[in-house]
Design a protein around this ligand. Structure first.
Ligand SMILES: NC(=O)c1ccc[n+]([C@@H]2O[C@H](COP(=O)([O-])OP(=O)(O)OC[C@H]3O[C@@H](n4cnc5c(N)ncnc54)[C@H](OP(=O)(O)O)[C@@H]3O)[C@@H](O)[C@H]2O)c1
Length: 314
């Protein structure tokens, strides 16, 4: 099968011809139609998880995908041949990725039937970013009318969080670098803040003199958490997707810190399926490219240049 993979950490991404996997005990074999790009794809290839989990080489990139079940292993109960499925297919050893024509994965992972009326390409854009966004909104436990400043709002997680939080009546201030106000207001943001504009911090404090109830930081590593902490009110919450496996961030003024760490599971994805089916959640696919352009798509994501989700058509 065709697959985009690396031969070692930090090696160039190559299109390879690899053996087609087979469904083992409790696994499904999925003929993938599309995969979406997530930062974890290039972080894994860079060796960010080296020593923390087993890896196999050639390491096929990609964790999110959607397609049709082509085979089922012994003991599979959730799916049958011919089902359209989407999900996050990431499990150790890292390297059995979705930038490929086929993947075999345990049916117990965060995989679910594709919602009715949704194309395969759209479905592939949901799993990691959507489930992370939903986990973040759950963990924040904000009430209707409370305020949330999302840093990095134009990205995959941010595009889902902006919608899910706004739908729950939370006042979302969406922050990103550049001209993305129209895009994020359409997703439900109450206001847009161009964080690349000189002096935006002062304007933000003028509009929110006490600070916001919570910041969700999708951009800064723990060493730069002070950037986001500055916008949180006393006793508010500073949440981040970038605090996993790192020492806790010291927060001033009684601010509580929250590390958002995705634990993918079918129930989480099924909640998203429901929101999508009833039209409350738009799938923010902003770019579709052939699988062969995967390496370029990854570099664009690494540079922080992509908006919403990028999908690779297989
Ligand atoms: N802990 C978990 O379980 C978990 C789960 C999912 C994701 N994550 C992490 O959460 C973060 C956001 O994920 P995502 O899927 O939303 O990523 P994404 O779509 O790539 O968006 C990330 C945002 O980060 C900023 N950014 C990225 N690269 C940058 C660069 N080189 N220079 C400056 N800013 C840059 C951009 O912010 P602007 O909008 O300001 O331009 C971009 O919109 C990633 O670090 C990802 O690895 C963690």
């Amino acid at each position: 099968m065709r697959a985009l993979a690396v031969r070692s950490f930090r090696a160039p991404v190559e299109m390879m011809d690899l053996p087609k996997p087979q469904a083992g005990q409790g696994e499904i074999l999925v003929h993938l139609g599309a995969a979406s790009v997530n930062p974890i794809d290039w972080k894994l290839a860079d060796g960010a998880y080296e020593g923390r989990m087993p890896h196999q080489f050639p390491l096929v990139l990609g964790v999110d995908g959607a397609g049709v079940v082509e085979g089922v292993g012994a003991g599979v109960t959730r799916f049958k041949v011919g089902d359209g499925v989407y999900g996050q297919f990431f499990a150790p050893p890292a390297g059995r990725g979705t930038y490929a024509e086929f993947i075999a994965a345990s049916e117990a992972l965060g995989i679910a039937p594709i919602p009715r009326g949704i194309y395969t390409a759209q479905a592939s854009a949901v799993p990691t970013a959507g489930m992370t966004a939903l986990s973040a909104v759950d963990a924040l436990e904000l009430r209707k009318g409370q305020s949330l400043f999302v840093l990095g709002a134009k990205g995959g997680v941010g595009s889902f969080v902006t919608q899910l939080a706004s739908n729950a009546g939370i006042l979302v201030s969406a922050g990103s670098r550049g001209d993305h106000g129209t895009y994020l207001r359409k997703l439900g943001a109450f206001e847009y803040i161009d964080t690349s504009r000189i002096g935006f911090e002062q304007d933000f404090r003028y509009a929110h003199p006490q600070g916001v109830d919570a910041v969700l930081d999708l951009v800064h590593p723990p060493a730069e958490a002070a950037v986001g902490l500055a916008f949180v009110r006393d006793q508010g919450i500073y949440a981040s997707t970038r605090m996993v496996g790192t020492p806790p961030v010291e927060a001033p003024r009684g601010i509580r810190t929250l590390a958002v760490n995705l634990k993918p599971e079918p129930a989480l994805l099924e909640r998203l399926s429901k929101e999508i089916s009833v039209g409350r959640l738009r799938i923010p696919v902003e770019s579709q490219r052939p699988l062969a352009e995967g390496a370029a798509a990854i570099e664009q994501n690494r540079a922080g240049e992509t908006r919403g989700k990028t999908v690779l058509l297989i």
